[in-house]
Design a protein around this ligand. Structure first.
Ligand SMILES: Nc1ncnc2c1ncn2[C@@H]1O[C@H](COP(=O)(O)OP(=O)(O)OP(=O)(O)O)[C@@H](O)[C@H]1O
Ligand SMILES: Nc1nc2c(c(=O)[nH]1)N=C(CO)CN2
Length: 187
């Protein structure tokens, strides 16, 4: 089978005529502190306000039991967004961290309640394994709060090296993941 050609755009930063690939990325948003829905909405708006980012799809909002966190952590609101971007993976990570900071996330101890968490789950077929960035996200394949919203907006979603989201979900506990029909994130 022949692969579809990678789409390219003119590099708007340098205007040198350099070309950058457009990559589709999957981002997970989570909040378990304060105005949780407001934080998720703010993050999506901030992504859409980024010139090199186009938001392609936004999942429903899910209320989820905390995992990998201290027992007294509050429930999260989670959502997943698909974006098209011409940013490099590290610049996209910087943007994600800046959006977290803009919403006042305090970095105390690991697992402490967070105002907003923006994780890069996959960025096209890219693999990264350095101090600041791991791609695909090393725990995404076992997290119902990532896989359930992702499948909703991307039935053919796949984690390179792990498999299809639909298949991975068969091995994941999703009891603590509940759609909030009363909440919505809009563009
Ligand atoms: N795929 C990724 N997406 C977001 N941050 C990443 C990724 N890979 C590595 N990091 C690094 O992780 C740091 C954030 O760590 P943090 O303690 O906030 O993790 P977390 O989001 O709370 O937990 P988890 O990684 O289990 O989701 C960032 O500063 C970033 O450099
Ligand atoms: N339910 C839920 N649990 C979590 C979440 C999250 O977003 N939702 N994020 C974590 C660290 O990124 C750790 N645990």
């Amino acid at each position: 089978m022949t692969e579809a050609p990678t789409p390219y755009v003119l590099d708007a930063d340098t205007m040198t005529g350099g070309m950058r690939p457009i990559r589709q990325a999957v981002l997970s948003l989570g909040s378990n502190l304060g105005d949780r829905h407001g934080k998720l909405q703010g993050a999506v708006s901030a992504l859409e306000d980024t010139p090199e980012v186009t938001v392609v799809a936004i999942s429903s909002v899910y209320e989820t039991d905390p995992v990998d966190t201290p027992a007294d952590s509050g429930k999260f609101l989670n959502a997943v967004v698909l974006i098209d971007t011409t940013l490099t993976v590290h610049t996209l990570l910087d943007r994600a961290l800046a959006i977290e900071d803009a919403f006042g996330r305090e970095r105390s101890e690991p697992g402490a309640p967070r105002t907003l968490d923006v994780d890069l789950i996959v960025v096209g077929p890219r693999v990264a394994d350095d101090e600041s960035l791991k791609l695909p996200h090393p725990r995404a394949h076992e997290r119902g709060f990532v896989l359930v919203p992702w499948l909703e907006i991307d039935p053919e979603g796949e984690i390179p090296g792990r498999g299809f989201v639909a298949d991975l979900l068969g091995g994941v506990d999703t009891k603590g993941v509940h759609k909030r029909e009363d909440l919505e994130i809009i563009l």
